[in-house]
Design a protein around this ligand. Structure first.
Ligand SMILES: [Zn+2]
Length: 383
């Protein structure tokens, strides 16, 4: 998540805040000042209400931060590099250098977050009890913070991947069937069910506000929130499964291994009409490396041909029409296949030549990788 404000480091872990947090910070301050405090302390001045509301929002923020820190610190203790923590509108994410390697590792990293929130909530609940006599105002704040931390713990324990509860669930399935991919599929499918349930509940609360007989269910703002959170969870669970499929299926493969070596090298002086009629139109493919000796000069594709007028094909050399090497994305044979695929989707290119120095070793096309993923996935799921 690039658009975040950096706050500093705790235990070597970079802490950042996504801009969307400004929004939730304002929302919490506003709902606390205008809602609970106004109801319970009508005698308070505006300034006092807003002052207390800001303090509550800051403590809320610190509670979320502690929750995320607990994940990160357990991960660090297990030898996983932690790149940083970003707090954003729906909570926070810890960016770990790698996925957990075992079910027990995953279980420990995931469960500690909700437990931390629960502990913070319990702490505030004790404060709430203790302060009721001597300081009822502080007690109200403590009571609200106890409640909200309990909600955070409960929400995160919903069994939908990638929520903490979903990770706990995945680790249990993983420990039983010893197949990470299948466990992830089960956990992210559950995540989708949880997401649809949240969306349905949210929609119901929203709709109920317009129907007299359902007024008791009415909660339009909360309903919209719940719907958005459901939507977010649905996308996140699908995306994290896809990500894992790519990582695990391509694991250990290098660009050199998956590169297609049976490419047809094209000499730079070949004319475009010849290339189109003798190569492309007879089904040898739509992308060719332009090569002298075994040195790559560029790539010539169907798109390059289409950008010329047909009348120009007979007198235009491939060399003039191609995309030259310096404008191409290339890979080295040692690079991981997964990173090549990532490069392709980030830059929206379909072919990446694999080079050793200037010498072409092979070509990787997106279609080839996707076919390979299908095959490897079919084999992995059957095992
Ligand atoms: Zn968490």
């Amino acid at each position: 998540m690039p658009s975040s404000i950096k706050l500093g480091k705790i235990a070597g872990i970079e802490i950042g805040v996504h801009w969307s947090w400004v929004f939730i910070f304002a929302l919490i301050t506003w709902s606390f000042a205008g809602g609970i405090l106004e109801e319970y302390y009508p005698g308070w001045s505006e300034t006092r209400r807003w002052g207390v509301a800001v303090i509550v929002a800051v403590i809320f923020f610190l509670s979320i931060l502690l929750h995320e820190l607990s994940h990160s610190l357990v991960a660090k203790a297990r030898g996983i590099h932690v790149e940083g923590i970003t707090l954003f509108v729906f909570g926070g994410v810890s960016r770990l250098g790698r996925e957990p390697e075992s079910a027990s590792e995953e279980f420990q990293i995931a469960i500690v977050g909700p437990l931390t929130s629960l502990a913070i909530g319990a702490g505030f609940a004790i404060l709430w009890l203790g302060l009721q006599g001597p300081a009822p105002e502080a007690a109200a704040v403590a009571g609200y913070l106890a409640f909200i931390n309990a909600v955070i713990a409960a929400f995160n324990m919903l069994p939908g991947f990638p929520l903490d509860g979903g990770r706990v669930f995945r680790s249990i399935v993983w420990a039983r069937n010893r197949n990470l991919l299948r466990a992830t599929r089960i956990a992210s499918r559950t995540g989708e069910y949880v997401a649809y349930t949240l969306m349905a509940l949210g929609a119901a609360q929203f709709v109920a506000s317009g129907v007299d007989q359902l007024r008791f269910l009415s909660n339009p703002v909360g309903g919209i929130w719940m719907f958005i959170i459901g939507l977010f969870l649905r996308n996140a669970s699908a995306a994290s499964y896809e990500q894992l499929v790519l990582q695990t299926t391509l694991e250990g493969l290098t660009a050199g291994e998956i590169a297609r070596r049976d490419f047809i090298p094209i000499p730079p002086d070949m004319k475009m009409d010849h290339l189109v009629s003798e190569m492309m139109l007879v089904g040898h493919g739509r992308c060719y490396p332009v090569v002298t000796g075994d040195e790559l000069l560029g790539l010539i594709t169907l798109t390059d041909a289409q950008q010329l007028d047909r009348e120009q094909w007979p007198e235009t050399s491939v060399y003039r029409a191609m995309t030259p090497l310096e404008k191409l994305r290339t890979a080295s044979p040692q690079e991981s296949a997964a990173s090549v695929l990532q490069l392709m989707s980030e830059t929206d290119v379909n072919q990446v030549p694999v080079l050793e120095g200037n010498r072409i070793v092979g070509i990787i096309s997106r279609a080839d990788i996707l076919r390979l993923i299908q095959v490897r996935r079919a084999v992995a799921v059957e095992n």
